[in-house]
Structures are given as C-alpha cells and as structure tokens.
Design a binder for this molecule. Structure first.
Ligand SMILES: *[C@@H]1O[C@H](CO)[C@@H](O)[C@H](O)[C@H]1NC(C)=O
Length: 270
C-alpha cells in the first residue's frame, strides 16, 4: 500500500510548475503573433510608399524600423514559446538573455534621452523642421504634422512663424506663392457650430503679431506644448513605461524560474 502510494507520488510529482510553463507559453505566443502583425504592417507601409521623403526626414524609413523590431521580437518570442512547450533550457536561456538585452537597451535609451534632454529636443526639432519643409511633398508628413498640431493645439516647432521654413508658406515679400505667410489649417482654433469649416483661417497669419494670431490659431510652438503635456501627464507617461517594461520583466523572471525548475527536475531524475 505504502509502496504504491509513493510510486504514484513519484510518477506525478514534478518540479516543473505547469501553470508557469503554460503561462510563459501563452504569453510568448501572444507576443509572437503580435510580432507577425508588426512585420506585416511594416511591409505594407514599405510597399505602399511611393516617395522617399519620409525616409529622408527620419534618416531611417519608419517602415524598416517596424520590420526590424517585428523580426527581432519574432525570434525572441519564438524561443520563449517553444522553450516553454518543450522545456528546452537552451531556448529558454536564449529567450531570457535576449529579453534582458532588449530591456537594458530601452532603459539606456530612456536614461540618455532624460539626461541629455537638450540634445533630444534639438534632434526632435531637426526632424520637425524637415517635416515642415516637406509638408507639401509627402502626404504622410502632412498627416503627421496636422495630427501633432491638432492634438497638442500648437503651431510650428518654436512658434507659428516656423512655417516660413516651407517654400509655400515662406513669408518673404518676394515669395510668389498664393499661400505666402499662411499656416496650415491644422493650426486653427475650431469654431463651435460653424456651418462651413473655414479652411482659410490660417491665411496671412505669419504677418500678424502673436497676440493677433491668437484670435484665429494656436500660435504656441509644439515643443513647449509637448513639454507642458508631459509635465501634466507624468502618471500616464510612467504607466506607459511600466506597461512596456512589465511584460519584459515578467518574461525574464518566469523563464528564469522555469529554467531552475527544469534543472531541479533533471537532477532529481539523475
Ligand atoms: C524664406 O525664403 C527666403 C528667400 O528664399 C529665405 O532667404 C528665407 O531664409 C526663408 N525663410 C525661412 C524662415 O526659411
């Protein structure tokens, strides 16, 4: 009686916690599927794009960044997925190590961005300047700038006069463009209950003083607006950072636990 009891116990007992194992499997699997989606979106964006102004603006094509991130994520999550399913220590170690590397890289970038905030600001300013210069050449840049200006209720990088960087909106007397001294419609203050949207509201605004401009547009530069936004949404920014870091930390911890459990199991059998 005692013997059969201990036998069944030996048969069913395992150092490997099935919950941790299947959780890690499912968790990696979800992100594995997600990585395929990212790659698909990146390839779609790459194929769709006819002009290269976006790539020239951002040094590297954002579509390429999506594809690279997706492919890296694909291989890492694949290791976690199969490693957990097959209880393969080598794959789990690869998964854990790669995740640690990704995590530390992100942490490094975040810390650099924080401690060199002036340089970060200048670099972003250069990108926005290029986006303003190429505003009319590329629909994606146009949509991006319009989105930023509408969301943050701002105009230009430093202020609304930055639109002179663009050939069409340049405010010099000699500019023959019909949009001389204008700012895009996305700078405009929406008028409540207006029957017809006044897309002309930005016309000639650059020749007005800041105070005059406040009547029709949001004249504040987007950089100041962005700083204000971050300061008033610190909790959200922190939550987003945590949302990015937590799955990675969870993956590292769970795979480490599983690795040690598999090693215990192996040494108990030997
Ligand atoms: C506007 O155009 C003039 C003449 O082409 C140029 O000298 C000036 O630098 C431009 N303004 C800005 C802000 O780039």
């Amino acid at each position: 009686m005692d013997r059969t009891l201990s036998l069944t116990r030996a048969d069913t007992f395992s150092y490997i916690n099935p919950w941790i194992r299947y959780f890690l499997f499912l968790f990696s699997f979800l992100f594995w599927v997600f990585s395929l989606l990212i790659v698909a979106v990146g390839i779609y964006a790459k194929v769709q794009k006819a002009t290269d102004t976006v790539r020239d603006t951002f040094l590297i094509d954002p579509a390429i960044i999506l594809i690279v991130v997706g492919v890296v994520m694909f291989f890492i999550t694949f290791c976690g997925c199969i490693g957990a399913l097959r209880e393969n220590i080598r794959l789990l170690k690869t998964f854990s190590f790669s995740l640690m590397l990704v995590f530390l890289t992100q942490l490094g970038i975040a810390l650099l961005g924080f401690f060199y905030s002036d340089q970060t600001r200048d670099t972003m300013g250069k990108f926005v300047k290029k986006a303003i210069v190429h505003y009319r050449d590329d629909l994606d840049l146009q949509n991006l700038m319009d989105y930023i200006q509408k969301e943050f209720k701002c105009c230009g990088w430093n202020d609304y006069n930055d639109w002179s960087w663009n050939l069409y909106f340049n405010c010099t007397q000699e500019n023959p463009s019909s949009e001389r001294c204008t700012v895009p419609y996305s700078c405009c203050i929406p008028v409540q209950g207006e029957a017809v949207v006044n897309t002309m509201c930005g016309f000639g605004v650059q020749s007005q003083t800041y105070l005059e401009a406040t009547k029709s547009i949001y004249p504040m530069g987007c950089v100041d607006r962005a700083v204000l936004w971050i300061e008033s949404h610190l909790l959200l920014v922190g939550a987003l950072a945590l949302g990015l870091a937590l799955p990675q930390i969870a993956g590292i911890v769970l795979s480490q636990i599983l690795i040690s459990q598999i090693q215990d199991e192996i040494s108990s059998v030997l």
